[in-house]
Design a protein around this ligand. Sequence first.
Ligand code: GCV
Length: 642
Amino acid sequence: MSEMRDRCWIKALKTGETGSYCLPEEKTAVAKTIREDMPLLFQNIKEAPASEAALVFEKVSGGLGEEGYRIEKKDGGYRVSAETEQGWLYGMFGLNRILGSGKTAELPVTEIPEQKLRMIDHWDNFDGSIERGYAGESIFYRDNEFRKDYGLVREYARLLASVGVNALSINNVNVHRLETRFLEEDNLLEIKKLADIFRAYGIQVYLCINFAAPISVGGLSTGDPLDPEVAAWWKNAFRRVYDIIPDFGGVLVKADSEGGAGPFSYGRDHKDGANMLARAIKDFGGTVIWRCFVYNCTQKYWQREIDRARAACDIFSDLDGKFEENVILQIKNGPIDFQIREPISPLFGRLKHTRQVLEVQITQEYTGHQKDLCYLIPMWKEALDFDLKCEGEGVIKNRISGIAGVGNVGMDSNWTGNKLAQANLYGFGRLCWKNGLTSGEIAEEWIALSMDLSETNAKALERMLLTSREVYEEYTCPLSVGFMCKPGNHYGVDIDGYEYDRWGTYHYADRDGVGRDRTVASGTGYTRLYSDARYEEYESLETCPDELLLFLHHVPYTHVLHSGKTVIQHIYDSHFQGVEKVEEYLEGWKSMKAEVDEATYKNVEERLLLQVENAQNWRDQINTYFYRKSGIDDEKGREIYK
Ligand code: GCV
């Protein structure tokens, strides 16, 4: 069974504000959850007959939709109204949050989620490892078996539901041999137990599938999506799934990507692949979420005409409008791969008649491995608020039908390895639900619910969170150049680690300048994938935003930014500054020691010490590298190792 877990942001309230509550009848799994969890969340209040209750749940019709709720004060207590039990569930957690963060002045509140699909993607493998996981082993699997720690799974389901997550894929998008067999009956019976737990918290379970499964487990000679035998095999497999889990969500598919099978293997396109699965799963009510992370990962660095940033657009643009209704395309926020700074993927603008989901990475693969502090909400907000300036609705959050985040939890007792990385999971859910929340509001809420800090320290921690993305950017990635990290594990500096490799992520630094030329005038033409307005902005050095410069242009080190600095001076300044700020984080955290429990204090201090070391390494190597390339001194005369 699970060790004592950090309850995170869910408060066991002892407010004394409410004397009693009236529970909904136990008709469904969700209502049962409310009955069981109410006493955990509102600890000093007792069940009471409806007439006396100070906290009542009421069903209403109209106005709140399938998941919305309203909370208002009523006769010295509170009333939670919803059209459904799922709405009540969210209302219960909403009230817990409001009371727990002392925000009762905001009542009455009416909340309806702004994104329909709010999904966590697990990259968990059956052997218990997690691809890009930084918080211990998988909570679902161990040694090629189901871990069967149902209490822990339930705690996790509660955590996700408390921030409004309503879907979950439970295995890695890279589907290996054993996970391919998740579609077989014995495994499905285990998956059903997980689905039962998640269902009780309003969360639908999805599986990642291997496009080559008809061959590897089905014994067919082909996985060709246009072969009727292949389609029949999938339909049969889905029938098996739905016989066991009737409300199964569907499948998430990574195909033709990083060595995996896909429709290209059979000379077909991605509409053929996605639609075949969509038709096979349609009768059972399932959805196919198809990832657009498809690119050639075997290029040579001198093949400058091949641009990985273009790949998704080149492959998917012409397929717009040709997908079945139960297909959703899942698109990473940037065109390459979850770097600390990338432009927004132009594919969002090119799909006008296809459902799309934004994919972000909560787990900190390229953003510090949950050792370095990096609060990611500002980055995701930038994506949601980005205006493509195209015909019709241009703002991303209004074009998509959901958001998926690659999860960041594991067996570590605080769930996320670094306690402060909890803020990213919390914020993911809150932001999916209410896109208009600011990064500051989310940070403030999370701190109020998760820590017991004085106002001054709470503000100081909030500032740390809010500045941490930019600070990480400062000491790692100048001007969106990207991928100067160690190959393989993606932590720490290795400036040329990927420069001559096959992955298509080159910075092209030479003695004169740096950056990837993606212009129409002299580069790969990537800028033309955007609307006219964005193309013009990005194509011209006059208007290209500084922070995207090296993603889009190759410029001399002496090029002057809008900030007034040269590129080389910006590199030096930002790297010195980034390290200074991390050192300040450490001092700031030390000054909070008296107000933080010991385990959390140590947990974060340990990681900040690692972050200081990491930031210094980045600073020193980047500064030396660019000094050696350019021969240009730091105008402030600081020490740059030669
Ligand atoms: C699950 C990046 C990561 C891979 C990941 C892949 C993806 O390339 O490094 O570990 O694979 O993205 O999103 O599919």
